[in-house]
Design a protein around this ligand. Sequence first.
Ligand SMILES: [Ca+2]
Length: 568
Amino acid sequence: MRSPLFRLFLALGMYALVALAQEEKRATHLTISQTNSPLPSSQSPASAAKCAELVKLSLPDVTITSATNTPAGRFTPTGSSNSMETPAFCRVVAVATPTSDSIINFEVWIPPAEHWNHNFVSVGNGGYMGAVSYGALTNALHRGFAAASTDTGHSGEDLKFAAGHPEKTVDWGYRSVHIMTESAKLIIRNYAGLFPQHSYFGGCSTGGEEALSEAQRFPEDYDGVVAGDPGNDRVHLNAGFLWAFAATHDTNGNAILPTSKLPLVNKAALAACDGLDGIKDGIISEPETCHFDPGVLLCKDAENDQCLTTAQIEAVRKVYAGPRNPRTGEQIIAGYSPGSERPVGDDLDGGWKTYITDRKEPMRLGFWQHWVFNDAAWDWRTFDYDRDVAYADAKLAAVNASNPDLSRFRARGGKILMYSGWADPIGPPMDAVNYYKRVENVMGGREETESFFRLFMVPGMSHCRGGPGPNNFGGLSTITSPQISTDPEHDVLSALVQWIEKDSAPNHIIATHLTNGTIDRTRPLCPYPKIAHWNGSGSSDHAKNFTCVELRNATSNRQVKKGAVSTK
Ligand SMILES: [Ca+2]
């Protein structure tokens, strides 16, 4: 018999390999569409010599373990059987030890001088997954960037890594990205003879939080950041996971709301909300205007597949509502929006099934056990939404990126491009909206905020990708294949670059939806609170027939497509 510990390691290893394989699969697709122009197959002798010398570079708290001239061809990360097509580059592998308990691995990939666009981009991470993002590094390299990625100070997804190692929570929270950033700039300088002209950060999910954390904590690190589906109120997000699980399970952990009822709930949510945006297309574009109550699904007689019991209705209501402090009534984190129950169109995203109803324990239970309470047997049923949230916020401030005061970042000319999927079943989309509103309040209102920070909500997108809505708009971490274009109108990273380098703010970004690799819908994403309004004629599957308008202007006298829809 193999021990439980062995099986755990085996499972973790498999998870890491699957995640890596998925990342590389997507990267391979991107490679195909991005190598239109010939790239150098090898570095010049001068560049090669500079690369090899980097091992001698002395950096504070950092050891460069290797600096390797890598010719164009197939690159295979250690421990992986998949490879990626890369142009020639200088690969720097390093480890940072800012504390005696830190082991932060990171890599810096630098194109040869003739292919370098003189810019630097860092790519973010997903979940608590400690791993260098090789796929995103490859994408960045193909676009001419020097790029960096870190494992955030640990390997794998099990939160136990920080049990008894509080410094590792700080490494994960912000220190790893910051020390990688400062080191990467010096490494690039030593290789190319000059610092990057501009530095960017691009990430989704935890990468989105890392982006906001950098803007808040280290405003000098980046000129601009792309922050996707950020979950940056991290302690509160994890409290929300406890809430959603407790709402849908009894105290024995058995489901109150079975997964089999989710299609029914989703269908009813669509019936109530889909048409409010003027187009019945399976996409809820304006969840804020919809007040769907699952009570309409109450069983009249015995329970069956087409109705919900009173207890199930209450469970659904709680998931939509999100947790509140029982003493003050204050919302701890927003609930999930109608349409997030069962996103379709991407096997990576399972709606409430994967993240709430099919689970045997709450998402990120280990955060509370190992990071907050130092008790591997801590029981989620004992959670106090007043006392314990406050305690965790104080103890683990390093993992939150909730500060709405971005004045230092704005003052240095920094720009933030944030986005979030309206059908996200992990990071509540209204939490992204609420953070944006808090920033507006602190930074002097909407106009002031829009001058350096824009939020693009993505109708029908799940967590960072997938879902029924157009969800492909480029970037490096929000990889959906194949990449349509890297022009600023279709690519979120290029939009940020253009904003900073040409002082041209994005007024919309066109997102694309693909089915089996074929484009079947395009639509503009608009800076919140504007929404994409169908002009009333022409196909609602073409972005050109939409205009970004104020929501209140769109809802009056709205023309309605595909059936009688009330806009009241
Ligand atoms: Ca719709």
